[in-house]
Design a protein around this ligand. Structure first.
Ligand SMILES: O=C(O)CCC(=O)N[C@@H](CCC(=O)O)C(=O)O
Ligand SMILES: [Zn+2]
Length: 350
């Protein structure tokens, strides 16, 4: 029996695509099979599995996790969904592509192996003068799998991508989403309703292009796309999965129903923020004045110190400027901190 038929037989029995992917850190030969309910299953590569039900579909859904390998809760959510689909317990009405981004980083329990995958999308994987590494090659392949998945969709069908993460620090607002820069297109209230149903009432509006996976699928493929932060990073086995029940239910409904009705839009249900600025680490000597316990969304008074980058002291320049994703350990040249300020729903939302 070939290695491919062997893993396909095993996958049919246990649905354990996560373990299969973890056992093949950077490559797995493609394979295909059909479920008893006629859903077509295609393994494109390690960590990349597509499901196509045998019915007319209207949505093309990408669910990614493990873009950072130590962010385990989203991996557990997707692992369960995949197992339920393969066992036939969950019957799909929509096309879905699941991606475990970086299997080797899952195995070592780290955010990344050599380089942060979520800084390599939208073409940033391939740069003249910079040597390729496993993560750069993987980012290029993941872009291609997403492109191919959307290219195979029926004309005029809907595209979305939820890139599921957990944050390094605790957050005053436990769950929040990053809405990639839309280049002036309106933000969608319907997406906020979807996010709220997932238990995410806080959304940050980016105001510039990024190298993230969610920006890539939004910008290149016109997908409704978000980075979704579901809580704080924890090792496998330490996640309180009850905190993700709404997210799981909402994702399940999205892929297993023809249409989903969300409660009526109500602006007061949300806390929205616009990104005020991005602070990059440009010097070896970079530090924050606050402790590692300072939570995302902690606000600073105008004039308070936010960061020190070499000789440059950076102060809050508006009252209440709040910190998101502070990380003094990022590579030089990368984002060490985002700051945000509150915003309201207005005519820029449709
Ligand atoms: O908690 C942190 O510092 C990082 C959590 C995380 O991985 N966040 C994403 C956000 C991506 C985006 O801006 O859309 C990241 O930093 O890649
Ligand atoms: Zn992450």
């Amino acid at each position: 029996m070939s290695a491919t038929s062997e893993y396909i037989n095993q996958l049919k029995q246990d649905g354990d695509f996560l373990t299969l992917s973890r056992n093949h850190e950077w490559h797995l030969d493609a394979g295909q099979f059909t479920l008893n309910n006629n859903t077509q299953v295609t393994v494109h590569d390690t960590g990349v599995i597509e499901f196509e039900p045998d019915c007319i579909t209207s949505k093309n859904v990408v669910l990614s996790s493990a873009i950072h390998g130590n962010e385990t809760a989203p991996i557990e959510i997707c692992d369960e969904l995949i197992k339920h689909i393969i066992s036939g317990k969950l019957e799909l009405q929509q096309r879905v592509l699941f991606i475990f981004g970086n299997p080797q980083s899952i195995n070592i329990g780290k955010r990344f192996v050599e380089e942060n995958l979520n800084r390599l999308f939208n073409g940033h994987h391939t740069v003249d003068g910079i040597a390729m590494n496993d993560e750069r090659i993987r980012a290029a392949k993941l872009e291609q799998y997403v492109s191919d998945f959307y290219a195979r969709s029926e004309q005029d069908t809907y595209r979305c991508h939820y890139d599921l993460h957990t944050a390094i620090r605790g957050s005053k607002n436990e769950k929040f989403a990053v809405y990639p820069f839309l280049h002036g297109k309106p933000w969608k209230k319907s997406q906020l309703q979807f996010l709220l149903s997932c238990g995410v009432n806080t959304v940050l509006m980016m105001k510039s292009p990024a190298t993230t996976f969610s920006y890539y699928s939004s910008f290149v493929h016109g997908a409704d796309s978000f980075t979704v932060e579901l809580g704080q990073v924890k090792p496998f086995g330490e996640n309180d999965m009850s905190r993700f029940a709404k997210t799981k239910q909402t994702l399940t409904a999205l892929i297993s129903q023809k249409e989903v009705e969300y409660p009526k839009f109500n602006a007061s249900d949300f806390e929205l923020f616009s990104v005020h600025r991005t602070i990059n680490r440009t010097e070896q000597n970079f530090s924050f004045p606050f402790s590692d316990d300072a939570e995302n969304f902690t606000g600073f008074a105008k004039g308070e110190l936010l960061a020190t980058d070499g000789d440059n002291a950076i102060y809050a320049d508006v009252e209440g400027e709040a910190i998101i994703f502070p990380n003094a350990q990022v590579a030089i040249g990368q984002r060490a901190l985002l700051t945000v300020v509150p915003m309201q729903v207005d005519s820029r939302f449709s």
